[in-house]
Design a protein around this ligand. Sequence first.
Ligand SMILES: [Zn+2]
Ligand SMILES: [Zn+2]
Length: 229
Amino acid sequence: MTLDPQRRHQLLKKFPALSNVRPMDPRANTQVRAIERAQQIMSKTWLNLAMGDGVFFDPARVPPLARRADADAAEFHRRAAKGRLRYNTWDTDYDPDDPAEQGVVRIWAVGTDHVDIVRDRWHDAPTRRLSTVSFSAGSLAHKVDTLDYWDCRRYGCEGNCGLECNIQLTPACDTTARLLATDRGTLILLYRCCWSCEEVAGKIAAETYKTNVQIAHLEAVEVWPPGSL
Ligand SMILES: [Zn+2]
Ligand SMILES: [Zn+2]
């Protein structure tokens, strides 16, 4: 439909909301913004490693870990629905049932009842120095610096302290582990992964990569006889 420029101007003047950003526009959608914040937090904390770690939870590369992350994301929602999670906001209380809270990032240390909430906030108080993304990334980076591969057994720990590997891809699973994160939408899942598991995941990723390349090659060059598929 072509609209006379004058009529267009008249309409926009009369109904200014017409030219506003719509609630479902990605630029205004709080969930889309939260998904972006989740990714920013991960790349600020782990820098280039965040991209590498993404491979571990890619269904095309390491299917067992991708399935694990999907199952744990579902488990998160089950626990949240039963009111079994505790939320830390560094801010006002969090109400998971409030529609206004749908634009938050949740950071869950898988298997625990502890969830960090990252809202969209800005420098609106003298005590709020950083953006919430920088603050959360700073707090995660501190955990990475102090606790990755920390051997608590040397200090008398007998396990079950939350620092052991919970990826457990191999019976050779070790006790010292590093923080490994993946995101499922607005939810960041935090795992701990030992070197043995990281090696196994790396081997699976390399294997599926080879297979995928071979499949792509077959698809590109082979002429399939009729009825063979
Ligand atoms: Zn320990
Ligand atoms: Zn392990």
